[in-house]
Design a protein around this ligand. Sequence first.
Ligand SMILES: Cc1cc2nc3c(=O)[nH]c(=O)nc-3n(C[C@H](O)[C@H](O)[C@H](O)COP(=O)(O)OP(=O)(O)OC[C@H]3O[C@@H](n4cnc5c(N)ncnc54)[C@H](O)[C@@H]3O)c2cc1C
Length: 301
Amino acid sequence: MPLTPEQQAEIDELRASPRPTLRAVSEGMEGHLYRAHPVLDHGLVRVIDYMGDDGAITQAARVSYGRGTKSVSNDEGLIRYLMRHWHSTPFEMCEVKFHVKLPVFVARQWIRHRTANVNEYSARYSILDREFYIPAPEHLAAQSTVNNQGRGQVLEGDEAARVLDILREDAMRSYDHYEAMLSQEGQQGLARELARMNLPANVYTQWYWKVDLHNLFHFLRLRADAHAQYEIRTYAETMCGIVKDWVPFAYAAFEDYRLGGMQLSARGVEALKRRLAGETVTQENSGMSKGEWREFEAAWG
Ligand SMILES: Cc1cc2nc3c(=O)[nH]c(=O)nc-3n(C[C@H](O)[C@H](O)[C@H](O)COP(=O)(O)OP(=O)(O)OC[C@H]3O[C@@H](n4cnc5c(N)ncnc54)[C@H](O)[C@@H]3O)c2cc1C
């Protein structure tokens, strides 16, 4: 269950008592505030707080560039200009704080993004819930034969059932042992900080994650990408939907220049120019390595 009844009651109470404010408000984000978006089987993403909107980005840009920004008259155009030219600091004026519930192996990938502020549920202090991520059948795939860091064909039939049984059994057995170590009738039991060490990496943890919009876009570009593992990607995609409603101009520029756009090396630009001029360019005469050429061909045909 993504949310406990107590957490749901807290959300209902918070949403039932809105307060007036003089601060900038994003109507789109107000709709998300406190609401839990379910992710995976027991996970969630919800917005706890935010600061700023599209206007905060252009306001900061106009302070820093003054007259220079007059040439870009509207907010949308200015935001696109800033994104196009990698002027990142105006995007740092917006902040968001998420509550995320996620399996530990996803948290390990996520925590590599160092430019956020994090507070995690303490398994030294509290007892972890009996909640483990078990992939849905369509995400239970074999090791890819072409990509060492990826999945191949989806498992089916007996093979899928065998793997699911192992995952469930291991999770339940290790949780039973966790509980047994914590308390034994008439005995003191093992400290929570030690008993947790036999739990598998698909056990769920939770944290508050606060980040500015520039660094959030960096996270989303890497983790909403097809190269990212499905489990973290599904969190990133949920967050993309939230950011789109929060700062629609900034998100549209991000989608255009970062998610949908692509970078070219100087050699790539040269190869493209020569091709457009009618020349036959091959890997051998492009100056690119085989790997670079493969990626270039995949992108440009
Ligand atoms: C598809 C994929 C596969 C990956 N595979 C692996 C893997 O196999 N093994 C592995 O270990 N990691 C792996 N990673 C993690 C990856 O190497 C990065 O650690 C992670 O994506 C965080 O990126 P970041 O450092 O740019 O982000 P952040 O930590 O948020 O930093 C943002 C930017 O701030 C700057 N910055 C932050 N801290 C510092 C610092 N201390 N010094 C200098 N500049 C800093 C950098 O410019 C950085 O790009 C993978 C990531 C992805 C997306």
